[in-house]
Design a protein. Structure first.
Length: 516
């Protein structure tokens, strides 16, 4: 094979014998070739730098490949959505699905769990801390309710959950261990995670805590006590140091009594009536009312009912209102942290403990939520997707990373606290309000009106006094996507107007359609 390349190849000494036109043409083509070579070299160098940057920040793309090489997702969907399986069997399968994902991402230290997914502004290392701390209370709730501490996961391995938690808690709080979670500073994400560590310890106060020696107890308590005196966001974060202190007190460890009272009274300022709290003086009322604020208040009531009395007396009216939010065809989602959506039924699940609604309706709230989202792609690779149904970075806040959405497990944590033979698990399911009739339910403290359409299961949240404007959901641009991939740092669109400023939010808005 031969190639014909139209380019003057005469030696340089022949330039003098060329005509002026030929010289000009030779020089022009030479410049083209030179610039082409330079362009190729620059592109090669740039590609190397970009890949170096990507590799230097993390190797999560390898983790993505490892997690994608299993069929646990389809098996879970098949088993969980089966109509002929008992609730006990279905939720055991769901539990083991998350345990399998937890173990798959667990690092060699046992203190961090690395899930694939988009990063947070706190960085991959903090994301890996969340992978442990946000799943640990679910494992602890399973054990504390009398379920077996040893389970067999999808790959056939037998896992001792108590040993796994013990190892992780000791490694994460040991400054000399590579898995150490780090010192807790002001406005530190670790303060949030410390509350989940404290919950885990409290649940296992009879199973794990007695197995620790004095040095180990002091080590864990010392790490938790780093939350003392630290500034926190002036919102639901005030509840984190309260939970830490109450748990340490109950475990007989030093704690910050004065500081926890101060944070408690700071939080109580946010009450707007009927158990509804604004999330900070300049914040909003949104779904944090359920998966953040009510969840923590219920925990405080479990740990120290006398301490929680000022808030617990409002549980009944809040739960009565919240029952109009939950349905089998999705929820009228609005506000931030929408990937926590599977925790939306927390108040109704906890309501059975307070005998505020029938146990069968309480479980129905759990199951209606999980059935809908499992059927619509909310679970992947042993974890929860970063969106409403599928992954959707348009909705993902910059503070949320690859493990943040595991706050969704909070509904399972509360559910698994009920022993298998409790009425919560054994009573026949009872319908939710949307499954009984149409309704219009006004909640003045929240500024909401909830409209329910029984025939199609549609729930619409109307914000009282908002102008009738429908702010669109802004797509993540190609530039933002490339930048986030290259630098492994969130570059997501500002969709606060869509999340907070629309007049109507509907459970049937097509957020389950994957973004293009």
């Amino acid at each position: 094979m031969s190639f014909y390349f139209r380019f003057p190849v005469e030696p340089l000494y022949s330039l003098r014998s060329m005509g002026a036109g030929m010289k000009t043409e030779w020089i022009r083509k030479g410049k083209i070739v030179a610039w082409g070579v330079i362009g190729i070299l620059m592109a090669t160098a740039a590609t190397g730098l970009l890949l170096s940057a990507r590799w230097g920040t993390n190797n999560y793309w390898l983790l993505e490949a490892r997690f994608s090489n299993n069929d646990n997702d389809s098996i879970l969907r098949q088993h969980f959505l089966a109509e002929d399986s008992s609730d006990a069997a279905r939720y055991q399968d769901l539990f083991l699905y998350f345990v399998s994902g937890f173990i798959a991402g667990l690092d060699d230290t046992g203190a961090r769990v690395r899930h694939p997914g988009a990063p947070s502004i706190a960085g991959r290392e903090m994301d890996s801390v969340e992978g442990f701390t946000r799943t640990a209370p679910m494992l602890a709730a399973w054990i504390a309710s009398g379920r077996p501490a040893e389970v067999r996961i999808a790959d056939g391995r037998s896992i001792n959950l108590l040993d796994t938690l013990r190892r992780g808690l000791l490694a994460g709080t040991d400054p000399s261990n590579p898995g150490y979670w780090g010192a807790i500073g002001n406005a530190d994400q670790r303060t949030c995670e410390a509350a989940d560590v404290a919950r885990t310890l409290w649940l296992l106060r009879d199973r794990l805590w007695p197995t620790l020696n004095d040095n180990e107890r002091n080590q864990i308590a010392g790490w938790l006590n780093q939350t003392n005196g630290k500034t926190v966001a002036d919102n639901n974060w005030h509840l984190f140091p309260v939970i830490v202190s109450l748990v340490l007190k109950d475990l007989g460890q030093p704690y910050d009594a004065e500081g926890s009272l101060w944070h408690w009274h700071q939080f109580l300022r946010f009450h707007r009536g009927g158990g509804w709290y604004v999330d900070g003086e300049r914040g909003h009322i949104d779904y944090y009312a359920a998966w953040g604020i009510f969840y923590d208040l219920d925990w405080i009531d479990r740990i120290d009912p006398a301490f929680a009395a000022d808030a617990a007396r409002f549980f009944a009216p809040f739960i009565a209102d919240w029952s109009y939010v939950i349905g089998p065809n999705g929820i009228p989602i609005m506000g931030r942290s929408q990937c926590y959506r599977l925790a939306a039924p927390v108040p109704l699940i906890a309501a059975a403990r307070h005998a505020l609604i029938p146990a069968g309706q309480s479980r129905r709230a759990l199951d209606a939520t999980w059935r809908y989202f499992v059927a619509n792609g909310a679970l992947e690779r042993g974890s929860v997707t970063q969106g409403y149904c599928h992954e959707d970075l348009r909705l993902l806040d910059n503070y949320s990373g690859s493990s943040s959405c595991l706050w969704s497990l909070r509904s399972l944590i509360v559910a698994f606290l009920y022993p298998p033979d409790s009425p919560f698990w054994t009573e026949p399911a009872q319908p939710l309000p949307i499954e009984q009739s149409d309704y219009t339910h006004t909640i003045p403290p929240a500024g909401w009106v909830l409209h329910g359409e029984h025939a199609n299961g549609r729930i619409v949240l109307e914000q009282i006094g908002r102008p009738d404007i429908a702010h669109p959901l802004i797509d993540q641009s190609l530039h933002q996507r490339l930048s986030e991939w290259i630098w492994d740092y969130p570059r997501r669109p500002d969709n606060d107007a869509f999340k907070y400023e629309n007049l109507f939010y509907s459970s049937t808005v097509p957020l389950c359609t994957p973004p293009s």
